[in-house]
Write a protein that binds this ligand. Structure first.
Ligand code: DNO
Length: 406
């Protein structure tokens, strides 16, 4: 046994081709219909066309990442009934093509956030950094979000003031553009290019002025009540992706960050279809998250896995540190996941694949000659995949070897 080897592929425009993935030994592709706006129905023929293309290269469409949750579902706007109906229709259409694993997230406005997309590692590669004081500088002095300062500790505000003074106008623009547009654009970002992109973004933030943690939880709960029974009937596993980073940003509530959050989500609707994307990278960026304990507790509900590590810094900042090394114990986590797969085999469960993908990689070597979305270089991810492969082989050997059987 081994976790299913998958790869995030951004469709026919991706600089990595499906033949490349076949050569690497990928079994399952993780992708989305990027040309369809969040909230609209995914038609069967469009799904089928992409699926046939993937299958022609000897792989399966293993996971949809993501079937995006439109803002109207997160805010419960007047359009909610139509949006839920569309989501349900897309689930029916995906199920009719035999696609059974759907990743989604419930993060308001912003999907993921980093302040530096070209953070140089000690070895000379390029990784990504979330620096809290720099983020605060963006929030308070570039975006100028009203009352932003109440969300930051005095020390962070002090550092943020120093940072903003040292930034040129161009650097300020680049920082804002990275956070609002560049990191979001390739995954159904809300705000496009344009002179007023900061104003547009502030406008989206303001739609949450009356939505705190409790309200957002209510909206997720409503979503789960509507979606999970349908998914269960269709044989689909829904898996919520954790918040990245796993703490509130920009005054927006976050509800998928901690063990308590995931317990609450699981309790909203008790079904095998109400599952989790275990993203080690996102969850590990918070020092009070015990990743091994979380992996053990939620193992039966883990339907999709993102393997990458982070190293956290004292002030709430962190940087991405490749697939194996970092704050989380990757050996122990992969071992727990492989044990879960063995347990599923014994229990006769059908969902044995347990797809994982090497999440964001460090840019190295020929990655500097290729274009790729931030976090998704070919060679860096390939290195991570090889490392995880080796780790899995070692753990499997260890778990399957009986005493005295050398
Ligand atoms: C960024 C990713 C996110 C993630 C989605 C899942 O690279 O971590 O885009 O895939 O949030 O819904």
């Amino acid at each position: 046994m081994a976790l299913e080897k998958t790869w995030r592929w951004f469709g026919v425009k991706d600089s990595v081709s499906l033949s490349d993935l076949q050569q690497i030994g990928i079994e399952g592709v993780v992708t989305s219909l990027y040309d369809i706006a969040p909230g609209e129905v995914w038609p069967v023929d469009t799904i089928r066309k992409l699926q046939t293309h993937i299958e022609a290269h000897g792989m399966r469409w293993s996971v949809v990442e993501s079937l995006p949750i439109s803002e109207g579902l997160k805010t419960c706007s007047h359009d909610r009934p139509r949006l839920i109906q569309n989501y349900i229709q897309s689930l029916h259409n995906l199920a009719s093509c035999g696609i059974d694993t759907i990743c989604y997230n419930f993060m308001p406005v912003l999907d993921w956030a980093r302040t530096d997309l070209h953070f140089t590692t000690a070895e000379g590669g390029e990784s990504m950094l979330f620096d809290l004081p720099t983020f605060a500088a963006f929030d308070m002095f570039i975006l100028k979000r009203p009352k932003a300062e109440v969300d930051y500790h005095y020390d962070i505000i002090h550092k943020a003031k120093e940072i903003i003074q040292a930034l040129s106008e161009e650097q300020k623009e680049e920082l804002a553009h990275n956070i609002i547009v560049i990191t979001q654009a390739f995954i159904h970002g809300l705000v496009g290019e344009g002179d007023d992109y900061k104003a547009q973004f502030l406008n989206y933030l303001s739609t949450y002025k009356d939505i705190g943690k409790e309200e957002l939880r209510d909206h997720l709960s409503l979503f789960l009540q509507d979606i999970i029974p349908v998914a269960e009937k269709l044989g689909i596993n829904m898996c919520i992706h954790p918040d990245d980073p796993p703490f509130p940003l920009l005054g927006l509530p976050r509800i998928a960050s901690t063990v308590e959050d995931f317990r609450w989500i699981m309790s909203c609707y008790d079904s095998p279809s109400n599952g989790i994307t275990f993203c080690v990278g996102s969850l590990s960026a918070r020092s009070d998250n015990d990743l091994c304990a979380m992996a053990k507790e939620f193992a039966p509900k883990i339907h999709f896995i993102h393997l990458r590590n982070t190293t956290y810094l004292e002030d709430g900042s962190f940087y991405e540190s490749g697939q194996i090394k970092g704050s989380a114990n990757m050996f122990a986590i992969v071992k727990i996941l492989l044990e879960e797969q063995m347990r599923r085999t014994k229990e006769g469960r059908k969902d044995l694949r347990m797809p994982f993908r090497p999440d964001h990689g460090i840019r190295i070597l020929d990655d500097f000659k290729r274009t790729a979305n931030p976090g998704y270089p070919l060679i860096g991810r390939l290195k991570g995949l090889a490392e995880i492969d080796g780790l899995q082989t070692g753990i499997e050997g260890m778990l399957l070897t009986k005493p005295n059987n050398h």
